[in-house]
Design a binder for this molecule. Sequence first.
Ligand code: CA
Length: 226
Amino acid sequence: MKKVLVVEDELKIARLVRDYLQQAGFAVVEAADGRTALSMAAAERPDMIVLDLGLPELDGLDVTRRLRAGSSVPIIMLTARSDEADKIVGLELGADDYIIKPFSPKELVARIRAVLRRADATLGGGEMIRAGPVSIDLPKRRVTIDGTDVELTATEFDLLITLARHPGRIYTRAQLLDSIHGVSFDSYERSVDAHVKNLRRKIEPDPTRPRLVLTVYGVGYKFADA
Ligand code: CA
């Protein structure tokens, strides 16, 4: 049974989430503030953390930062719609996904299952990446779509491997820029859009209706989670 640590200071929401997760077959442990969350994460070794961003003691971003210093446990953030910037900072600190309040518990369960599936997949170590119709031979830097070779620039290639390594994972423009240049400035983040546009032109059957490299509005991009 997978264990989920639910970190939420609003009792009503915490109870709702707990009940729903238990019904869905998860073991649930709870914390109502940031400090308790950190000690519970260390003591209980959960498979997944559902983390409210607005917390007493340490807020959710502080908790994410401290967790990521020593752990790759999957984190789904709970955010208010007004926390637009926090959500992006959270993703950049290494949170795996976010869900906006108010949310349906059913949607939360679906997100948890998707993130756990990704975490379980042993991706990244091999020399081949396969995601949907895309195959990437890393040593040869060769990309094929349904068996047909595609010529990519070095930047497009690096962008594609970053996204395709973790299908479904959301990357901010700053993170993608890091993956292709190593430096990020606000003014350059939009250049990611231009690279994505070029990449889509080469790998999407219909670039006007992308099915592989998907836009996450207001945040960035992700590779389709088949
Ligand atoms: Ca809260």
